[in-house]
Ligand binder design. Structure first.
Ligand code: HGY
Ligand code: MN
Ligand code: MN
Length: 407
């Protein structure tokens, strides 16, 4: 079997570690996560790595490092969105393990050691925050995150303790930047560029920044049949105008993305005027300045809409993640390695965020995208081919060897 075929077989196998039969549902610190760790442990041991689980639930496969060389970290996340795909996140762990296997016999000739990381939680689906593992390593973990609760009222700390790790030790995981050479992440593109350009892989220039707001609009309910249309304080009409504004303004700004993914309406009766509407507003952009300017503009216009509708608007920023530029030295190694493999080097921005976004607070980062069939992701039919995964492993190995020469 080629390394690409091995990756495909392993990803098919680990796809069984799921709480759903339709697509992959593997949330952090769950039974499914535990089953997945057993599979990943096999991948790491097959590559001659020493396996450990850290206090944040990150599984770590390390090459021997008796002389305390700096470490090149390679990783991605094990978790998925509900009914998601079999490649998002976990493919980066599988390809990293196979690259370590290719290099096993000569890793001690490199000027750095390797560690493959399988982070517990990147999607932020179970808890209203994300990136716990990379933030613990970067020393940027907010302790308040451990007290956040999932829909069953379980705190993150309880979930971690139940999983067998010690949340109170997560803050002590922070790495000394001097001990880290860099962090690289292989990830399915989750877009169309590579398929359109008929390329198997591309490097990444920067990862977009994100801000999320919890928006609530308070109006006044009343009987749908007796309250005249004029003078209503209909919170859902105001919300609809704001959501349309977000879409129209967002569309006018190129690579900026603005999304309202949920709406909760109360009282929620067919014959009652909505008095209370809540929705999350998410804004993403390569430039933090552009994202912040858009936030200010849209929230100001939303205030005007609510004033006109005699409704009360509150908007609380619940999450922010700055844009992260990839390090030129690491990215250049990927570009040169692509050329070594006879591939025209391409470097593109990432509209999705990744564990690398948080690792950028610790060390230089770089990413390698793998072609994504139809640009489909966060869906059961997400797919990357064995051939392209084989190329990605080859490019990663050559990039590591190139960094070894210049490191
Ligand atoms: O939201 C994202 O971009 C990532 O898939 N968590
Ligand atoms: Mn991902
Ligand atoms: Mn994802």
């Amino acid at each position: 079997m080629t390394y690409g075929q091995t990756a495909a077989a392993r990803l098919q196998q680990i796809a069984q570690a799921s709480a759903s039969s339709e697509g992959i549902t593997r949330l952090p610190w769950t039974t499914e996560h535990r089953v997945a760790l057993a599979e990943i442990t096999n991948w790491m041991e097959d590559a001659g790595l020493t396996v450990s689980l850290d206090a944040a639930g990150t599984l770590i496969g390390a090459t021997p490092n008796p002389h305390g060389k700096p470490v090149l970290l390679i990783g991605s996340h094990q978790d998925s969105v509900p009914s998601g795909g079999a490649f998002d996140g976990i493919m980066g762990v599988a390809l990293g393990c196979l690259a370590a296997k290719v290099l096993e016999a000569r890793v001690d000739t490199l000027p750095f050691a390797l560690e493959i990381l399988a982070f517990a939680d990147e999607e932020g689906v179970r808890f209203p925050t994300a990136l716990i593992g990379p933030r613990a390593l970067a020393g940027t973990l907010d302790p308040a995150a451990l007290e956040m609760t999932d829909r069953d009222g379980v705190t993150m700390a309880e979930a971690m303790a139940g999983f067998g790790v010690d949340p109170s030790a997560a803050h002590a995981l922070a790495r000394d930047p001097a001990t880290v050479f860099g962090y690289v992440e292989l990830h399915i593109e989750q877009g169309w560029v590579l398929e359109t350009r008929d390329l198997p892989v591309a490097a990444v220039s920067a990862i977009c920044g994100i801000s999320r707001f919890e928006v609530s609009i308070e109006g006044e309910t009343g009987h749908a049949g007796t309250v005249p249309m004029t003078g209503r304080r209909d919170a859902l009409v105001a919300a609809a105008r704001i959501i349309s504004l977000v879409a129209e303004e967002g569309a006018s700004l190129g690579t900026l993305r603005a999304t309202v993914g949920q709406v909760v309406v109360r009282p929620g009766a067919v014959n009652a005027i909505p008095s209370d509407v809540r929705f999350p507003l998410e804004i993403r952009a390569e430039s933090d300045a552009a994202r912040e300017a858009f936030e200010a503009r849209v929230l100001s216009r939303a205030g005007e809409i609510c004033d006109k509708a005699d409704c009360r608007l509150t908007a609380r920023r619940s999450y922010v993640q700055p844009a992260a530029a990839c390090a030129p030295i690491l990215t250049r190694a990927f570009e040169d390695a692509m050329a070594d493999c006879g591939i025209a080097p391409l470097t593109i921005p990432s509209g999705a965020t990744h564990d690398a976004s948080a690792m950028a607070d610790l060390c230089p980062i770089a990413m390698l995208f793998v072609r994504c069939r139809g640009g489909i992701s966060h869906r059961p039919d997400e797919h990357a081919s064995a051939g392209d995964m084989g190329v990605a492993i080859d490019v990663l190995v050559r990039a590591i060897e190139r960094l070894g020469q210049t490191g």
